[in-house]
Design a protein around this ligand. Structure first.
Ligand SMILES: [Mn+2]
Length: 374
């Protein structure tokens, strides 16, 4: 009965059900602060000794535990930070019927513990504040002329950051793999010419020292979102990290990956939605714009949208950019190429500089409605 109720109505109604069932209203739904962060339901055969042992075991995690005895079950309500509790271990106890987490498993990324929006400062350019962070540039750095020319034009249109891949995570080993370290040198050159901070993807922890030296925002691509060893190493730096959502990652998994970086001490994390894989094949991925209000509710971290990789089609970049800004995104990362037909990577989804310029004018107007600016 209890299990069925939870499966059908979800945790919120399940607790409400418990509330009515056990008549402990004053404990359960008084205020947000009074809400239990975890609920442990014991088996019917748990005696006084087992209840006491379980209560003491849970208190060792630093939580306060309230014992509620109902007609058929005993429920232990936990208050406090439960992110360090190993649920599987508690679940394995013979006296435990169910464990339910009410509090999210992430702490540093959680808005509950950090109500104000985080604003990430990158050489004086901010992401997460009133001004939208617009990152633009080619999929890959191809040559000095290419990257410098694009950097100049996106800057003239109002972009605050230059993107460009040096190390490329391509699906095929036979595709262009990027100019690698030469690509980083060319990005530095473009930064020198324009003053635009640079954003580029890291593929391996071996490159961290070089990236910390030369890159202003280190991107972790969708395929590396759960490369936990890389995330831990990046957590030891103080560089802003642009963390892209994995192809099939849930919002909670994205926030747990952010937590890996933040737990190491680096709280400069910018989240990025780049489309998720669904049954739809018309677009390259499916842009999940609902992540914007979800992240705003769950976390204080900024969230930006990548309409280029999400749609994979250049003519969809403008409408998806407009929708993202209207939905409250903190910025955009857009692929811009001066010669998309001959681009070495992602030409089909790259827009030309004049198109980017007109897109910027349109999103400026939408940003104003949201009390944001470009
Ligand atoms: Mn690309």
């Amino acid at each position: 009965m209890l299990l069925e109720y939870k499966a059908h109505y979800g945790p919120y109604f399940f607790i409400k059900f418990l509330d009515e069932h056990f008549k402990f209203k004053k404990f359960i739904f008084s205020k947000r602060k009074g809400l239990f962060t975890m609920v442990v339901i014991l088996n019917q055969n748990a005696g006084e000794k087992e209840i006491r042992q379980m209560k003491e075991a849970l208190e060792k995690y630093g939580c306060s535990v309230t014992v509620m005895k109902g007609r058929n079950h005993v429920v232990l309500g936990l208050l406090g930070d439960t992110s360090g509790i190993n649920i599987e271990q508690i679940q394995a106890n013979d006296n435990v019927d169910r464990v339910m987490r009410v509090q999210e498993p992430y702490k540093k990324a959680n808005r509950a513990f950090h109500p104000e929006n985080s604003v990430i400062d990158i050489l004086g350019n901010k992401i997460g504040g009133k001004k939208l962070g617009i990152i633009a540039g080619p999929c890959s750095v191809e040559s000095e002329e290419q990257i410098v020319e694009i950097a100049k034009s996106v800057k003239a249109s109002g972009a605050s950051f230059l993107r460009g891949g040096a190390f490329k995570p391509r699906t095929s080993p036979y595709s262009f793999q990027g100019l690698r370290e030469t690509g980083l040198d060319l990005l530095k050159l473009a930064k020198k010419e324009t003053g635009l901070p640079i954003v580029t993807e890291i593929m391996s922890a071996d490159m961290i020292d070089r990236f910390v030296e030369d890159v202003d925002i280190i991107q972790v691509g969708a395929r590396n979102m759960q490369n936990f060893e890389l995330l831990k190493e990046l957590g030891k730096t103080n560089k802003p990290i642009l963390l892209k959502r994995g192809l099939s990652a849930t919002i909670e998994e994205l926030l747990m990956s952010a937590e890996y970086i933040m737990a190491g001490g680096n709280e400069n994390v910018i989240l990025c939605e780049r489309g998720i894989r669904t049954f739809e094949t018309y677009t390259r991925n499916t842009l999940d714009l609902s992540i914007i209000p979800a992240i705003k509710k769950l976390s204080h971290l900024p969230i930006i949208i990548d309409p280029s990789h999400a749609a994979g089609i250049s003519w969809m970049v403008e409408p998806m950019s407009k929708a993202a800004v209207a939905a409250g995104a903190d910025g955009l990362i857009i692929e811009v190429h001066n010669d998309p037909k001959h681009a070495l990577c992602d030409g089909q989804q790259s827009i030309e500089p004049d198109k980017f310029d007109s897109l910027m004018k349109k999103i400026k107007a939408i940003a104003e409605i949201e009390d944001r600016e470009i």
